[in-house]
Design a protein around this ligand. Structure first.
Ligand code: AP5
Length: 192
């Protein structure tokens, strides 16, 4: 089973992906994590995307599609892929559809985690404050200004994917406001 987790920054995509990895032996493909790894290790691509990510804009389709293609080609024995934070544009969604068909597979569910903006801001700024309180550093894009840009990017470039997957009959909305376990149960209900 292959699933997409859709939702704005702070909706809980990473949190719920991790629960699915633990419970169903699925593989999490988070383009955000891949890009942050590249940034931290100072690869040429990491240096190229750093400023774009830090201000909250989207990295080019070409780069993220390339990252996903590499992971899919690596294969492996598992319970399916969880796409976390990918696709984020219609071009990425089309590319994912093509990659899946080349592999003789398809997307089974696109799950939209629904959380209102006030709570998203609270969660993201709360995560930044917790990181600092624990003696670490906050994610470079977990600040008010970058978050505004991230939310704008979501509503402008990513939210059209809701219609895209709805038209394919793959979209299910899940209330992302409950506890992490409540949200996980709702997702489990969708996946069966
Ligand atoms: P990415 O890493 O994907 O960040 P994001 O979408 O902004 O999402 P987050 O990771 O902040 O939130 P999340 O929904 O995963 O929630 P989480 O579980 O972490 O992308 C970062 C950047 O990389 C982008 O801005 C862009 O520049 C680039 N990028 C990535 N993919 C790209 C692509 N495909 N195309 C182009 N550019 C791309 O939870 C957030 C917080 O809330 C946590 O503290 C968590 O503990 C808490 N929380 C979660 N669930 C709950 C709950 N139910 N109740 C209470 N708290 C909760």
């Amino acid at each position: 089973m292959n699933i997409i987790l859709l939702g704005p920054p702070g909706a809980g995509k990473g949190t719920q992906a991790q629960k699915l990895v633990d419970g169903r032996n699925m593989v999490q493909l988070s383009t955000g994590d891949m890009l942050r790894d590249a940034k931290t290790s100072g690869t040429e691509m990491g240096n190229m995307v750093a400023a774009v990510m830090d201000r909250g804009d989207l990295v080019t389709d070409e780069i993220v599609i390339g990252l996903i293609r590499e992971k899919l080609e690596a294969g492996g024995d598992h319970g399916g892929f969880i796409f976390d934070g990918f696709p984020r544009t219609l071009a990425q969604a089309d590319a994912l559809g093509d990659l899946m068909s080349e592999m003789g597979q398809s997307i089974d569910h696109a799950i939209e985690l629904q959380v209102n903006d006030d709570i998203l801001v609270e969660r993201i700024l709360g995560r930044a404050a917790d990181a600092v309180a624990a003696g670490g550093t906050a994610r470079a894009d977990d600040n008010e200004e970058s978050l505004k840009t991230r939310l704008m990017a979501y509503y402008k470039q990513t939210s059209p994917l809701l219609g895209y997957y709805y038209a394919k009959g793959d979209l299910t909305g899940v209330d992302g406001l409950g506890t992490m376990d409540d949200v996980a149960s709702e997702i489990a209900g969708v996946l069966g």
